[in-house]
Ligand binder design. Structure first.
Ligand code: ATP
Ligand code: MG
Length: 156
């Protein structure tokens, strides 16, 4: 069914707001207008929550996280950007692998099983989307998801 992506982003942000406040990381939505797309609302919230959870976990106090949605030609873009610790270049291609975490000691301290991004990628692909990550160590990370505007719903 057609869902309002902005509404799903707002719902995810609301769910995460307390945790962000508690850690002292700012969270904002950089968008002005609703954006309609064919998608499963629960899965869309799950995608955004996973990305917001990562961004929070790997961004130190005082940093900021931005969610952006945007329509461009035949695509819809969903971007989550943080000013966190980043991902080393050599690990970038592996973070979508099941149970993969950068730097075991760092990850053990911060918690997590290393499956969030594996699930996100599956959900994105179920919506015929693609996902990629750009990152710079000690600067931050940007996760971009691209969905086609027209989509044939295979989800039930
Ligand atoms: P889980 O999601 O299962 O709780 P996790 O967050 O460690 O555990 P993923 O979400 O799959 O697992 O992420 C895999 C790894 O990619 C993380 O352990 C972390 O090393 C790295 N990573 C993911 N997102 C970020 C980010 N925004 N900034 C820095 N590193 C990240
Ligand atoms: Mg995660």
């Amino acid at each position: 069914s057609k869902i309002n992506l902005l509404k799903m982003v707002q719902r995810s942000v609301n769910q995460m707001e307390a945790a962000y406040l508690q850690k002292g990381v700012s969270l904002r939505i950089d968008t002005n207008q609703p954006l309609w797309m064919e998608a499963d609302p629960e899965r869309m919230v799950q995608i955004v929550m996973n990305l917001l959870s990562n961004a929070l976990k790997f961004t130190p106090k005082g940093g900021c996280v931005t969610v952006r949605i945007q329509e461009k030609e035949e695509h819809i873009f969903l971007v989550v950007e943080d000013t966190g610790i980043g991902i080393p270049r050599t690990d970038l291609s592996k973070v979508f692998e099941r149970f993969y975490r950068v730097d075991k000691s760092r990850s053990r301290r911060l918690g997590g099983a290393g499956i969030g991004l594996t699930i996100v990628k599956k959900l994105v692909e179920a919506h015929q989307g693609t996902i990629w990550i750009e990152s710079e160590e000690n600067k931050g990370t940007r996760v971009t998801i691209q969905f086609p505007k027209s989509f044939h719903d295979h989800l039930h």
